[in-house]
Write a protein that binds this ligand. Sequence first.
Ligand code: 6PG
Length: 258
Amino acid sequence: MSVSDSNIRVIVERTSEQATAAAAGLFKSIVCESVGRRGCCHLALAGGTTPHALYQRLAADATTGELPWRSVEIFFGDERDVPQDHVESNYRMAQRVLLDHVPISPERVHPMPADAENIESAASEYEKTVRRLVPCDGGDIPRFDLILLGIGGDGHTASLFPNTDALRETGRLVYAGFVPVLGRKRMTFTYPLINAARNVMFLVTGSDKAQVVLGILGDSPNIKSQLPAAGVHPANGCLIMVLDAAAARLTGIAPKGA
Ligand code: 6PG
């Protein structure tokens, strides 16, 4: 991935609050555009801590009726191997901060069953659900309207961690496997599914992410094994990277209004 790529949009805001506001604005326009064109918006939420403020903002705005939540179908890009009510669960965070506060029916929210006894077969079941509900738009891979992602300090995204088999998966769209650096299993979207999306949005804040952001936006070839987020480039879609100045500080890209 490189900042000069035609289908990548890098937005740098001064503060993390402004970056969150920018991400919320893009989230809303993508959802409204998808529902306007296709009657539905299929989206995948990210886990971790960065999206928390974004979900809070979207929940606060829910009372305005601005977003057609009843036409949204929600999935998750990855999940930890914990029950859905566990404090580490990405689903639990999204449910408490966002989903409990917006008018979306529970049948349209699809948590990843990453705590299943057999996580590998649970991953293929989740893939079947994605294939059943998300249209392929003429291709053979379901096309999400928006996949929201974060980036870890080691360059991982979703649960695509450096030097893991998940990075080399080209057949399965949802993969579950052991992540040595965590000593745990994870379930995750794979590159084929992520890169089929119409829109992928990274929301990345904080100076601790500056080094990986520089690496990801650089031109070095084949770095995705070390920086998995660099393997995200939707072939026929738009990649949006929303950063605060701290996360962008090594790129030389000035924040908006600077
Ligand atoms: C997870 C996330 C993961 C996250 C990054 C960034 O399950 O942890 O899906 O990919 O986006 O680790 O996490 P922070 O936002 O907490 O920095």
